[in-house]
Each structure stands twice: as structure tokens, then as C-alpha cells.
Design a protein around this ligand. Structure first.
Ligand code: ARG
Length: 497
């Protein structure tokens, strides 16, 4: 009897210990305190940027759920971002522990990642100008249809195209771009998830949407993890709990409380006959201007470090080229031909996504950007510098040599300063190029000027105003740079005399 009681008590104790320790055990078995989530914040109300007052936080339905889960499991949470089609590669590169991006589990995706249970069901819709009367899938025959690259909507559209003649698909990176293409009349319609479509249609009353009745791969959102992640079960437990306790219901009401306004948006009958004009109204982005401006230091930091490092690396390469040592020359030439011969954007994605897999080092987007731009501009600069050195009068080499100046000192004190002065305009060109190309790092999620502008646009469901404003900033920066360079050149020339 006593033994029995002891047994029961110890079982209860053990269970209690296991449960009370659940959190810390998970954290320690996962081996970290902070979980990294990656998302594609172009998708209100699932995830989007709150940009008022310049703060720039990602918010939305998914973020609320993620926060709930991390609290329950006792983790801290860090949120990264990328375009939607970069999310699964990010998991595979171990850049993040999970993806929440309104992502639908599909058989193809399951081959590469594990999914939680579905936490939200959604349907696909056809978004089109109201006046166009594109409502059913059959209406899309002969039309150009936009979809977000890498999404289930892209697949569903392909599915539709099998049954409906002559549909031409156009894949774009972000949903706001798709909406803009419709407004520009460049595509006829788009396939977009219902709750997301609703937001855009509300902001653009000349557009309407119609749900596509039950399609094979209806949309729906689940959390994605790297294959065999230990997090799947704990996350599922919490999701089930959230379902049972009505927490999911509450959150979806908070973010999607749309059913009534859906009808309102749909029944909004006044359909204009032509697509609305440009209609610029910069007042709409005033509250978000601090947010866009915040991208400036990052862009400058990025550009200047890349220019500086690129100049150093380019100098080294140019020495290789003129050294007369064959292997070094070959290396430098091959290097230059590769980095000049392939697109910068491609190099950027490779460095960003392949580095963690190749080296185990989890390179940040900013580091990847600076590294790529340094490697790339090094190739260009090496040619410029080589030209600059070779343009210095031969007699100077000979004079220096005959006076017994060492090669190093000759290069450093006599040749390079002259070369640099000659190539200054070319270097300024390169810097301006880099400054503008720095906008490419937006694609791997660095929130610099262009990305901030896109974020504001996505948020406000507008397009041109933030972009024009960003353009203005770039222009002012480039002008500043040109003036500074002109002043420097004048100085140098004066010191010549
Ligand atoms: N549910 C769709 C899919 O999984 C679209 C999700 C797009 N999400 C985003 N954050 N843009 O393919």
C-alpha cells in the first residue's frame, strides 16, 4: 500500500518536473534562447511594416501568433525578412528556425521543409478592374494574369491555365507590384488570397475581387521549419491550444475582421470605366517619411565601405595584373572576367545564400552585401587602376629606378598618387554606381532607402509617391557626392602647381 502511494507520488512528481521544465528543456535541447523567424512582409494583414513615425516594425496576424508561441515556449524572437521566394532557401541555409508568411503547405514544399498544422484557411480570388468583368476562371481566357513568384497562387494559376485557353502568366516578386500592374493596365487580372485581396481592393476602389470556388490547392497558412526540426511538435501543441482556447479566432478577428467589409467592397458598384490616373498625393506618405529617411545612413555606410574595400582589393588585383608574375596575372584576369561577366544581383544572392552552407558562417544580409559589392567593384576598379598606373609616364619609372628608389616606395609615393588623381573621375563614377546599385540589397532584406519606400508603399497600398521620394533621396545623395568629388579634384589640381 505504502509502496504504491510512493510510486504514485513519484510519478506525479516526475510529471510535474517534466512539465515545469518543458520550456527550459526545449530551449536547451534546441541549443539557443532566441528563435529566428523569417517572413516576407509584403502581405497585409498577415505581415507588413508599421511605418508610422519612422519606427518600422513588422506586425500582423502571423507576428502575433509567433509572439504568442515564443512566450509559451519561453524563447526570445528575432524577425528577419526576404522576398517570398527566398524564404524556403533561408530555412535550408539555416538562416532561420521557422517561416511564418501565410505559407501554404504543398507537396513540393514538403519535400524541402516540415510544416506545422494549418492555422488559417484561405481562398484564392481573381483581382481585376471592376469594369473588366473578369469574375470566373473561364473569363481569364486570353488574358495576362499576375501572381507572386514562388507562391501557391502561381501554381494555382498554372492549374487554371491547363483548363482555360491562352492564359499568359506574369510572375512578380511582391503583391503590391502585382496590384500596380493591374492599375497600369499591363496585366488584366491577378490571383491573390482573399484576405490580402480585400485590403488592396479597399484601397483601390476601381478594383474588385471574386473568390474562385474550391480549387484543388486552396490556400491556407502553416508554419514552415527546416526538415526534422525539433520545433514542429512543440509549435503544434501551442497552435492546437490556441485553436481550442479561441485565441486564433480572436487574432483572426483582430486582423481579418473583414467579412462584412468584404461584401461592402464587393458591392461597391460605382465602377469607373477607365483605370484611374496617376493621382499623386504626397501627403499620404508624410507620416512615413522618417522611416524612409532612416534608410540613408545604411545606404551610405554600405556604399562607402564597399567603395573603400573595393578600392583596396582593386589595387591589389591591378598589381597582380602588372606584376609580370604569370599565375598572379592569370588569377586577376580570370577573377575580373568572372565578376564583370555575371550579374551583380546573381552574385549577391549566391554570396548571401551559399555562404552559410559552404562555410557555416551565418553571414548577415548587410555583410553579404558589402562583401559582394567589394568583390564586384574590385574587379572593375582593378582595370581602372591598372589603366591609371600604366598611363603614368614611363620615364618616371625609369627615373625612380635609376635613382635607386625601391619598387615599393616608387609605387606608393610616386606612381599611385598620380594614378589616383588621373582616375578620380572614374572612381567617382564607380561610387555613384555603387550608391545606386546598393538598392539591390533590398532583395535580400536590407531595409535601405528603396526597400523602405517599397515597404511604405505596400503598407499604404500606394506605389508612386514613396518611390518618387526615394528617387529624390538618391538623387540628392549622388549630387552631394559629385560636388564633393569636384571639390576634391580642384584641390588636387591646385596642389599640383
Ligand atoms: N499562401 C500563399 C503561398 O503559400 C502565398 C503566401 C504569400 N506570403 C507572403 N508573405 N507574401 O504560396
Amino acid at each position: 500500500m505504502k509502496k504504491h502511494r510512493l510510486f504514485v507520488i513519484s510519478i506525479i512528481l516526475a510529471i510535474a518536473i517534466i512539465f515545469s521544465d518543458y520550456h527550459s528543456t526545449l530551449a536547451s535541447s534546441v541549443g539557443k534562447e532566441t528563435l529566428t523567424m523569417i517572413t516576407s512582409p509584403d502581405y497585409p494583414p498577415y505581415e507588413f511594416y508599421e511605418t508610422k513615425g519612422g519606427e518600422g516594425k513588422i506586425i500582423g496576424f502571423d507576428i502575433d501568433i509567433a509572439n504568442y508561441i515564443k512566450n509559451e515556449l519561453g524563447f526570445k524572437l528575432k524577425i528577419l525578412e526576404s522576398d517570398f521566394n527566398g524564404l524556403i532557401p533561408a530555412l535550408q541555409a539555416n538562416r532561420a528556425d521557422f517561416v511564418m508568411a501565410g505559407m501554404t503547405p504543398t507537396p513540393e514544399r514538403r519535400k524541402n521543409v516540415d510544416f506545422s498544422i494549418i492555422y488559417y484557411e484561405a481562398k484564392d480570388t481573381i483581382v481585376a478592374p471592376k469594369s473588366s468583368n473578369l469574375k470566373k476562371t473561364e473569363d481569364l481566357s486570353g488574358k495576362i494574369v499576375g501572381v507572386q513568384l514562388g507562391t501557391i497562387q502561381e501554381q494555382n494559376a498554372k492549374q487554371i491555365a491547363k483548363n482555360v485557353a491562352n492564359i499568359q502568366l506574369k510572375q512578380l516578386n511582391r503583391v503590391p507590384e502585382i496590384i500596380q500592374e493591374i492599375k497600369a493596365g499591363r496585366i488584366d487580372a491577378a490571383i491573390v488570397e482573399d484576405t490580402v485581396a480585400l485590403g488592396f481592393v479597399k484601397a483601390n476602389p476601381d478594383l474588385g475581387f471574386n473568390i474562385i470556388p474550391s480549387m484543388e490547392n486552396a490556400s491556407g497558412a502553416a508554419i514552415a521549419f527546416p526538415k526534422n526540426s525539433q520545433l514542429v511538435e512543440p509549435f503544434n501543441d501551442i497552435l492546437r491550444k490556441m485553436k481550442n482556447y479561441g485565441e486564433l479566432e480572436r487574432l483572426s478577428k483582430k486582423w481579418f475582421s473583414a467579412t462584412s467589409s468584404t461584401k461592402e467592397a464587393l458591392s461597391n458598384k460605382k465602377s469607373p470605366t477607365k483605370v484611374e490616373g496617376l493621382n499623386l498625393d504626397f501627403r499620404r506618405i508624410i507620416p512615413d517619411i522618417p522611416f524612409i529617411i532612416k534608410g540613408i545612413p545604411l545606404t551610405l555606410l554600405f556604399t562607402l565601405s564597399s567603395v573603400f574595400l573595393g578600392l583596396l582589393w582593386g589595387t591589389v588585383l591591378s598589381f597582380f595584373k602588372i606584376s609580370g608574375i604569370k599565375p598572379l596575372g592569370w588569377f586577376a584576369n580570370a577573377y575580373t572576367s568572372i565578376f564583370r561577366g555575371t550579374p551583380l544581383l546573381l552574385q549577391l544572392s549566391l554570396v548571401y545564400f551559399a555562404t552559410p552552407q559552404l562555410t557555416g558562417y551565418n553571414i548577415s544580409a548587410l555583410q553579404a552585401g558589402i562583401l559582394t559589392f567589394t568583390l564586384n567593384s574590385g574587379a572593375y576598379m582593378s582595370e581602372t587602376i591598372r589603366g591609371g598606373i600604366q598611363a603614368v609616364d614611363k620615364g618616371q619609372f625609369e627615373a625612380a629606378m635609376s635613382m635607386g628608389v625601391t619598387y615599393r616606395m616608387m609605387m606608393w609615393d610616386i606612381i599611385l598618387p598620380q594614378a589616383l588623381k588621373n582616375i578620380l573621375p572614374a572612381l567617382v563614377n564607380e561610387t555613384i554606381g555603387l550608391l545606386k546599385d546598393s538598392s539591390l540589397v533590398a532583395t535580400i532584406g536590407v531595409v535601405e532607402i528603396l526597400r523602405s519606400a517599397q515597404i511604405v508603399g505596400a503598407n499604404k497600398y500606394i506605389y508612386f509617391e514613396p518611390l518618387l521620394f526615394a528617387g529624390l533621396i538618391y538623387y540628392v545623395l549622388v549630387m552631394g557626392l559629385s560636388f564633393a568629388a569636384a571639390a576634391l579634384e580642384r584641390r588636387l589640381r591646385r596642389s599640383d602647381k
